[in-house]
Ligand binder design. Structure first.
Ligand code: PEP
Ligand code: MN
Length: 360
């Protein structure tokens, strides 16, 4: 599969002067709820009205979606408000029902993208469609699985494609619900610069007060749009209550976001600069995070040494590390002098940590 400008034809044809916005509740709950939110989103920047009809839930026994009846409500939304509609499909039956109800944009959820069988079933059911199909990243940070899904749909002659970055699950606790491995999304953008990429800050953060910042990072990294879960009464939503925002808040978020326009050379320069800076910021955070983890391990070593009454400094081991890192640094274009200085500082901090433990 080759990158081509045609990939973004559907998006370019919309001639938007702001990022694409997909908004609406996590789940369609009742006809009244669907219509009320839709009316509140009418005449805003929202381009597509989303609502989950079939909900993939991690554990059984939770609200699993209203099912096909919800598609009738989406049709009513389109007729009464003019908003285009969007929902998640996870098998052939979903696809057939969604097409019957003229849903304009279908997305494949993170739990489906991990399964080539399911992706292929959906691709076969959608073969040749001119609907827009967006593929969420798989739950695990595997770029080939994500690309594989794009390829399966592309091969099924589905032209209007795009992807959604919704973050990745990890066993480790983090401030995110699903960690935004930005580098992975950037790698995908580098491979397919014309494949539209949408950010889903709702499922990345899991918390409504973090949505603005993640949206801004996404725009700084040149994402084409945002999918934000929106509900008139977020706290009482039947699913994903903590992450949904009110329509009013959504409008404010869109107003406050720094949206960079493409056009004059000056703007182009600024856009490239902030894209690179955003990448640097992400890497700097990762550096601090990694160093923090390294020191925690040092603490563990300190505790072991204390038990056995072994000295903190072991110079053989230290010289081995230093030699290996200088060589590795060379392959990454880092000078010996820099690697030495950096590792001395890291080593010193590590010794301080161990000393504290050993002497406690
Ligand atoms: C959703 O968009 O409501 C959803 C279930 O998302 P994800 O597939 O990202 O978990
Ligand atoms: Mn949700």
């Amino acid at each position: 599969m080759e990158n081509t400008k045609e990939m973004r034809a559907w998006l370019d044809a919309m001639k938007l002067d702001h990022p694409l916005v997909i908004a609406g509740p996590c789940s369609a709950e009742t006809e009244e709820q669907v219509m009320k939110i839709a009316y509140e989103l009418k005449d805003t920047d929202v381009n597509y009205y989303r609502a989950g009809i079939w909900k993939p839930r991690t554990r059984p026994g939770m609200f699993e979606g209203v099912g096909a009846i919800g598609l009738k409500w989406l049709l009513k939304v389109k007729k009464e408000t003019g908003l285009k509609t969007a929902t998640e499909v996870a098998n052939r039956a979903h696809v057939e029902l969604a097409l019957e109800h003229d849903v304009d944009l279908l997305w494949i959820g993170a739990r489906s993208t991990v399964s080539p069988f399911i992706v292929q079933e959906i691709a076969d059911a959608l073969e040749g469609t001119d609907k827009i199909v967006l593929i969420k990243n798989p739950v695990n940070p595997d770029l080939s699985l994500w690309l594989g899904a794009v390829e399966r749909l592309h091969t099924a002659n589905i032209k209007n494609l795009g992807v959604i970055h919704r973050g990745f699950s990890t066993y480790e606790k983090s401030k995110y619900r699903n960690i935004p491995e930005w580098q992975l999304a950037i790698d995908l953008q580098t491979k397919f610069p014309d494949l539209p990429i949408i950010n889903d800050p709702s499922h990345i953060t899991g918390k409504r007060d973090m949505i603005f910042d993640v949206s801004q990072t996404a725009l700084d990294l040149n994402f084409d749009g945002l999918m934000i879960e929106t509900h008139y009464d977020p706290d009482n939503a039947w699913s994903d209550a903590a992450q949904q925002v009110t329509p009013k808040r959504l409008v404010q978020i869109m107003k406050d976001l720094r949206i960079r326009k493409e056009s004059d050379p000056e703007m182009e320069y600024n856009k490239n600069l902030s894209k690179l800076r955003a990448q640097i910021d992400i890497l700097d955070h990762q550096l601090i995070d990694t160093l923090g983890k390294r020191m925690k391990i040092s603490d563990g070593i300190g505790a072991l040494k204390k038990q056995k009454n072994v000295a903190v400094l072991q110079s053989n081991r230290w010289n081995e590390i230093l030699g290996a890192m200088i060589l590795e640094g060379e392959t990454k274009g880092l000078s010996e002098e820099f690697v030495l200085r950096m590792f001395k500082a890291i080593h010193q901090e590590s010794i301080n940590h161990q000393e504290k433990i050993v002497n406690s």
